[in-house]
Design a protein around this ligand. Structure first.
Ligand SMILES: NC(=O)c1ccc[n+]([C@@H]2O[C@H](COP(=O)([O-])OP(=O)(O)OC[C@H]3O[C@@H](n4cnc5c(N)ncnc54)[C@H](O)[C@@H]3O)[C@@H](O)[C@H]2O)c1
Length: 686
C-alpha cells in the first residue's frame, strides 16, 4: 500500500469514461463532468444509456432547484457526458471506471473487453464492493494498470473514495489514479486489496451488531436507530440505512465478508430472514432511552474491534480508517477517535470482551496502545521523500487541513527533518483532499476565549510564526503546492514559502477581519511585501476571494499550471534552486485603481463613508464588504500593513504578535469566531 508518491511528467487527464450507467456509474460520471472532464458513459443498450443520462439530469435539476448551481452550469455539466452503448468508443480515454452489476463473470468480461479497446496506457478502475481488484485485473493483459476506485453512494455528493492497489498495480499508475481523485475534489484514502477494503469491513459488522441486538431482545429497531444516531452523530440509524440502501445488499456484503474473515462477520439469521421476507425493516414506535448507552457501546465496540484488526493486517492506517468513517459514513468520530474518547484502557476492555465472544484474539494495535496507556496519535502531517524532494502533506482533509496544535507540532518535526537531511534538495508543502489549507482551527480559539485564556492562542500563533519563519529562512527551496482553496493561515503558510505554484482551481482569501481578528501568521507583513500595501489592504480588509489567475496577475502566486503538471513544475523549480526574495511588484493595470484607492483611504474613511464610492463596480463591491468587517480588526490590519513597509520582517512579525492579546480580547473577536458557520456576526467595534 502506498500513498501518492510523486511522479513527474504525467500527461493530463482529458477523457474519462464510466461503464455501467446505474446508480453508482451515473453519479460518478456526473461528478467527473462537474469537475470539468469529458466523460463517456457506457451501458448495454441505448435505453439503459438514456436511463443513466436521465438520472444525471434529474440530480442536476434537483441541484438547480436547491440553488447549488445555475441552470446554465447544469446544462454545461450534462453536455460533457456522452452516452454510448459501444465499447469501441473508449479507444481514446485516459481512465475508465467500471461500475456494472456486482457479478464476477460480468465484471471480468467487461475488463477483458476494456483491455481490448482502451489505449495501452489508459488506467482501468473498478468500483467493486466485494471482489478482489487483483482478480479483476487478471482478466486483462495490463494488470499493472488496474486499480480499485471504491466510491460511496451518492458518488457525486459523498467525497470519500478508497483507492485500492491490486497485487500487480504499477507504482506509477496508483498515484496517477490517486491524483485524479484529488482533482475531482474527492477525499481519497489508501486501502490494500482486502475484502470490504477499509470502510465496509467495519461498517458491516456495525450493521450486523445492530441486527444481533434486535435478535437478542436488547432493544427494538427504533431504539437502536435512535441510540446509533446519538452515539455516532448520524442522520440515520442502521435499520433505516439498510431500508434505504436495500436489505439484500447488507446480506450480500456480510456473506462475502463472512466467507473471507469468519463467523463474526457472517450475517445473523434474522438478517437472512428479513431478506427472505422481501420486506424492509419495520422501524416505528417511540425509542426507549434506557438501553441507549448499551446499544451505542456495542455498536462502537464492533467497529473498534474491526478497525484495530484491519490496521493489524495493514489494510489501512488509523488515519485513513477514521477519515473513512467521518467522510464516507459521516460519523462524528472515527473508530480510533472513539477509542480515545472511551480511553484506550476501557476500549481495550470492551473490545476484549467482544473478541472473546467470538473466540478472536485482541488486535495488537489496541493491545499495544492500552499497555502504553496513551491515546492513539494521528499523523496529521505526512512526510515523503522521493528523488531528493521532501513532500510534507497536511492530512486533515475533512477539516480542510486547518492548522491546530498537532499540525503545527508535526510540521515542525517534519520540516526540521527535511531541512536537516542532506539527501533533501527541496521541500514541498501540500494539503490533502480538496483544499490546500483553510485557516486555523476556530474551535480552538473559541474554547480558549470562553475559558478566559488568550495566552494559549498567543503561544500557538507565536509557534506558528516561528515555523513559517523557518520555511522562509531555509537555505533549500521551499515550495507551496496550492492545488485548491487557501484561506487565512493557508495563504500565510504559502506566503512563507519561497515559491507558490497553483492550479487553476486554487483560490485565496483572508477571511480574518470578517471573524473579528487579523491575519497573525505574517499575513499583514508578507502580503504587502509581495504585492504592495494597497493590494494587501484590499485583500485583508475586504476579505475578497481571488482565483489563481488573478493571484498570478498581481504577483500573489508565482505560477499557475494544470493539476497533472503541478508536481513536475514544482520539481523543476526546486531543481533551479531557491527563488530570490522579491521586491513588491507594482499593481498591474487591471488592479491599479484598486491599489491606489486602498492606498489613499484610511479605515475610518472607508467605514465612515467619507471615501467617495469608486465607479469601478468591482472596487465598489470590495469597499462595501469592508463595511461588514470588525472595525478593530480592520484598524489593526491597516496599521500593521503600513508598518510592514518601514520595518524588517522580524520586527514586523513581532509587531503582529504584539497586538494578539488585544484583538482576541475584543467582544468582536468572540462574536466573529463563535458565529462562524452559524450566523452573520454583529460587530460592535470593541
Ligand atoms: N450502490 C452502492 O451503494 C454501491 C457503493 C459502492 C460500490 N458499488 C458497486 O458499484 C457497482 C454498480 O452498482 P450500482 O448500484 O450502480 O448497480 P446498478 O444495478 O444500479 O447499475 C449497474 C449498471 O450496469 C449496467 N451493466 C450491466 N452489465 C453491463 C455490461 N456488461 N456493460 C455495460 N453495462 C453493464 C446495467 O445495465 C446497469 O445500468 C457494483 O459493483 C457495486 O458493488 C455500489
Amino acid at each position: 500500500m502506498t500513498h501518492h508518491g510523486i511522479t513527474p511528467g504525467d500527461r493530463p487527464f482529458e477523457r474519462l469514461a464510466v461503464v455501467g450507467a446505474g446508480n453508482m456509474g451515473s453519479g460518478i460520471a456526473q461528478k467527473m463532468a462537474t469537475e470539468g472532464f469529458s466523460v463517456t458513459l457506457v451501458d448495454l443498450d441505448d435505453e439503459k444509456v438514456a436511463r443513466g443520462l436521465g438520472i444525471i439530469e434529474k440530480t442536476l435539476n434537483d441541484g438547480v432547484a436547491r440553488g447549488i448551481f445555475g441552470a446554465a452550469d447544469a446544462a454545461a455539466i450534462l453536455a460533457r457526458v456522452t452516452g454510448t452503448s459501444r465499447f469501441d468508443d473508449l479507444g481514446n480515454v485516459d481512465l475508465v471506471v467500471e461500475a456494472v452489476f456486482e457479478d464476477l463473470a460480468i465484471k471480468k468480461s467487461v475488463f477483458h473487453r476494456l483491455d481490448e479497446v482502451c489505449r495501452p496506457d489508459s488506467i482501468l478502475a473498478t468500483n467493486t464492493s466485494s471482489y478482489a481488484v487483483t482478480e479483476l485485473a487478471s482478466a486483462t493483459t495490463r494488470p499493472e494498470r488496474v486499480v480499485g476506485l471504491h466510491y460511496f453512494y451518492h458518488p457525486a455528493k459523498n467525497r470519500l473514495v478508497e483507492v485500492v492497489s491490486g497485487q500487480a498495480t504499477d507504482p506509477a499508475a496508483y498515484p496517477r489514479a490517486w491524483r485524479l481523485q484529488e482533482a475531482l475534489g474527492k477525499t481519497p484514502i489508501a486501502s490494500s486489496d482486502s475484502y470490504g477494503f477499509i470502510v465496509n469491513r467495519f461498517f458491516l459488522p456495525w450493521l450486523t451488531e445492530a441486527v444481533r441486538m434486535l435478535e437478542e431482545g436488547v432493544a427494538g429497531t427504533a431504539t437502536i436507530d435512535e441510540a446509533a444516531k446519538k452515539a455516532f452523530g448520524i442522520g440515520m440509524g442502521p435499520f433505516e440505512l439498510m431500508n434505504v440502501t436495500g436489505v439484500p445488499i447488507a446480506l450480500h456484503a456480510a456473506t462475502t465478508l463472512g466467507r473471507a474473515f469468519g463467523p463474526m462477520y457472517e450475517a445473523p439469521a434474522l438478517l437472512r430472514a428479513q431478506v427472505e421476507s422481501g420486506t424492509p425493516w419495520e422501524v416505528s414506535g417511540t425509542p426507549d432511552a434506557g438501553p441507549f448507552q448499551t446499544v451505542g457501546d456495542r455498536l462502537a465496540t464492533a467497529a473498534c474491534y474491526v478497525a484495530a484488526a484491519l490496521v493489524d493486517e495493514r489494510v489501512g492506517t488509523i488515519e485513513d480508517t477514521d477519515i473513512g468513517a467521518r467522510v464516507g459514513l459521516r460519523w462524528r468520530r472515527g473508530p480510533f477517535e472513539l477509542m480515545n474518547h472511551y480511553g484506550v484502557e476501557r476500549a481495550r476492555n470492551l473490545v476484549a470482551a467482544f473478541a472473546a465472544r467470538w473466540d478472536l484474539p485482541l488486535p495488537a494495535t489496541l493491545e499495544r496502545q492500552a499497555r502504553a496507556g496513551q491515546p492513539f496519535r494521528f499523523t496529521v502531517v505526512r512526510s515523503e521523500i522521493d528523488d531528493g524532494v521532501a513532500t510534507l502533506t497536511i492530512n486533515r482533509p475533512d477539516a480542510m487541513n486547518a492548522l491546530n496544535e498537532d499540525v503545527v507540532a508535526q510540521l515542525e518535526d517534519a520540516f526540521q527533518g527535511a531541512a536537516g537531511n542532506p539527501a533533501v534538495k527541496g521541500i514541498i508543502i501540500a494539503g490533502s483532499g480538496k483544499a490546500f489549507l483553510a485557516g486555523a482551527d476556530i474551535r480552538f480559539f473559541v474554547r480558549h476565549i470562553e475559558a478566559g485564556a488568550v495566552d494559549p492562542i498567543a503561544r500557538f500563533t507565536e509557534r506558528g510564526q516561528a515555523l513559517l519563519r523557518a520555511f522562509e529562512t531555509c537555505p533549500k527551496p521551499v515550495v507551496a503546492r496550492l492545488h485548491g482553496l487557501a484561506l487565512g493561515g493557508g495563504v500565510e503558510l504559502a506566503l512563507a514559502c519561497h515559491t507558490i505554484v497553483a492550479t487553476p482551481k486554487a483560490s485565496l482569501a483572508f477571511p480574518e477581519t470578517g471573524i473579528g481578528i487579523y491575519p497573525g501568521l505574517g499575513g499583514t507583513q508578507r502580503t504587502p511585501r509581495r504585492i504592495g500595501p494597497g493590494l494587501a489592504k484590499w485583500l485583508i480588509l475586504s476579505g475578497q476571494t481571488i482565483g489563481a489567475e488573478e493571484a498570478l496577475s498581481i504577483g500573489l502566486v508565482d505560477r499557475v499550471v494544470a493539476y497533472e503538471q503541478l508536481d513536475a513544475a514544482i520539481r523543476e523549480i526546486i531543481a533551479a534552486g531557491r527563488a530570490a526574495v522579491r521586491e513588491p511588484r507594482p499593481a498591474p493595470d487591471s488592479h491599479r485603481s484598486i491599489a491606489s484607492f486602498f492606498d489613499r483611504h484610511g479605515v475610518d474613511e472607508l467605514l465612515g463613508g467619507q471615501a467617495t464610492l469608486p465607479v469601478d463596480p468591482k472596487l465598489a463591491k470590495s469597499v462595501k464588504r469592508v463595511g461588514t468587517k470588525a472595525p478593530v480588526a480592520l484598524r489593526l490590519s491597516a496599521e500593521l500593513i503600513d508598518r510592514a513597509m518601514e520595518v524588517s520582517i522580524e520586527q514586523g512579525l513581532a509587531l503582529e504578535l504584539s497586538h494578539l492579546r488585544e484583538i482576541f480580547a475584543t467582544k468582536d473577536a468572540y462574536e466573529g469566531l463563535s458565529s462562524l458557520g452559524r450566523k452573520a456576526p454583529v460587530f460592535v467595534g470593541k
